[in-house]
Design a protein around this ligand. Structure first.
Ligand code: V47
Length: 415
């Protein structure tokens, strides 16, 4: 393969030979403007691992609380609230179970449960939630609590991370989501998430989970104050832990959204998100550097379904699923729908010339689509003006003023 950017030529040779890339190689990749070569290299690396198959999960997001002790120090986050701040909420277990009952009308196979670091919600609340969900929805996997939440619960309980993880596993948790990693660079972390657990501590929680047989995902938040070297060192730290444990299932680059948060205002970036160019580059470089992580996932709520579809030929083999309902990025100004229909996800994957495969949280294939006929014709997912976009403009305007959770009109029908 000939690279247009000559600096990529030696890397192309290594990729063809399936050789590990160095720190300098990874820097060249991030610094190169030759996006199509990056895409072709990452596509060939992905094909070696996953052929034409693209997985997706029929999943439901549950955010039990947005109250977070890091509200004032994680300046990139638009989701968190102080306990008495307008828009703060904490769900009772009955409310969580009622929300999860929506799963009965959807082909849900995964609950994705993350929230704030509540100062008073104890481990027992979460364990009762997991047990209750398992009892009510025995076929649905539970992917729950970021490393940050696990470490917070261990502190609240005067317990160890290991004991919290064991209790979570016994209550039905099958894997950990990859959030909270942000970017490990101490300098960038001091700017965007000063009081959050350090990169080393984040890695230590995942190491412990992997030792206990709990697989996990990993992420990197990009597009804020991080340097290219920060991105590379973050990926190398993930790769090193994967060499040690083999416990990461998928890597998900997360595109920073600057609306309704202090960092966006400080940077003067309100209303502008990452570029499609950088979104695709992060997918491609992630695939090339993380040679030991089996999957790379594109998170369409952040980068749009259109970029996610293109990402499938830039090294990505997993398209974030139905995502009923996404709140964290929509609080930060994401203009994407709050969910996609099952058939829309399958159509997006098919439309990229790939073979869709529905999976569970652990990447077991649960359905393939050789003889599939869409229930509805393939549709272009609607943007802010369409009915699939469920945050009303009135609610959004309110949220802008007072950081309150936008109303989900499909849920409460109030707007
Ligand atoms: O850690 C918060 C990010 C993460 C913003 O494991 C923001 O399958 C952009 O854990 N702009 C939580 N990002 C989300 C998460 C996740 C998401 C998708 C898939 C998986 C998985 C896990 O959301 C946080 C942070 O990195 N985040 N605020 C923002 N303004």
């Amino acid at each position: 393969m000939t690279a247009q950017d000559p600096a990529l030529q030696p890397i192309a040779v290594k990729v063809a030979r399936n050789q590990r890339l160095t720190r300098d190689d990874a820097l060249e990749l991030f610094n190169s403007p030759d996006l199509l070569t990056l895409g072709r290299l990452a596509d060939s690396a992905n094909r070696r691992l996953n052929a034409d198959r693209v997985h997706f999960a029929a999943n439901q997001h549950i955010n039990p609380t947005n109250v977070c002790v890091l509200r004032n120090t994680c300046v990139f986050c638009s989701f968190a609230r102080m306990p008495r701040e307008a828009g703060a909420y904490t769900r009772s277990l009955e409310e969580v179970f009622a929300e999860a009952d929506a799963a009965r009308d959807n082909p849900t196979r995964e609950f994705h449960i993350v929230g704030g670091l509540h100062p008073k919600l104890r481990l027992a609340y979460y364990l009762d939630m997991f047990r209750g969900l398992q009892q009510r929805h025995p076929g649905v996997h539970i992917k729950a609590l970021t490393a940050v939440e696990v470490a917070h619960l261990a502190r609240l309980e005067h317990s160890s991370v290991r004991d919290v993880l064991v209790a979570m596993r016994e209550a039905g948790v099958t894997s950990l989501p990859g959030g909270g990693a942000e970017v490990f660079s101490p300098a960038a972390r001091a700017t965007i998430a000063d009081k959050k657990l350090s990169g080393e501590e984040w890695l230590a929680v995942h190491r412990e989970a992997h030792r206990l047989g709990i697989p996990s995902n990993c992420t990197m938040l990009y597009g804020h104050v991080e340097t290219m070297a920060d991105r590379v060192d973050h990926l190398l730290a993930l790769r090193a832990l994967q060499d040690e444990t083999g416990g990461f299932l998928t890597y998900i680059p997360l595109a920073y959204h600057p609306d309704h948060n202090e960092l966006g205002e400080t940077l003067g970036r309100t209303g502008t998100a990452t570029t499609g160019f950088d979104d695709l580059k992060n997918i491609a470089v992630g695939r090339l550097v993380l040679d030991n992580i089996p999957h790379v996932k594109t998170h369409w709520p952040m980068v749009t379904p259109f970029i996610s579809q293109v990402a499938l030929t830039f090294g990505c083999d997993d398209l974030e699923g139905t995502v009923v309902f996404e709140r964290v990025y929509h609080e930060a100004g994401a203009g994407t729908p709050m969910w996609l229909g099952y058939d829309q996800v399958v159509s997006l994957i098919r439309g990229a010339g790939k073979e869709p495969a529905e999976r569970d949280s652990l990447y077991h294939t649960v359905r393939t689509f050789e003889d599939w006929v869409p229930a509805e014709p393939a549709v272009r997912p609607q943007g802010p003006e369409g009915p699939a976009f469920q945050i009303s403009h009135r609610a959004k305007a309110r949220a802008r003023g007072q950081r309150s959770l936008p109303v989900l009109s499909a849920v409460d029908g109030s707007e």
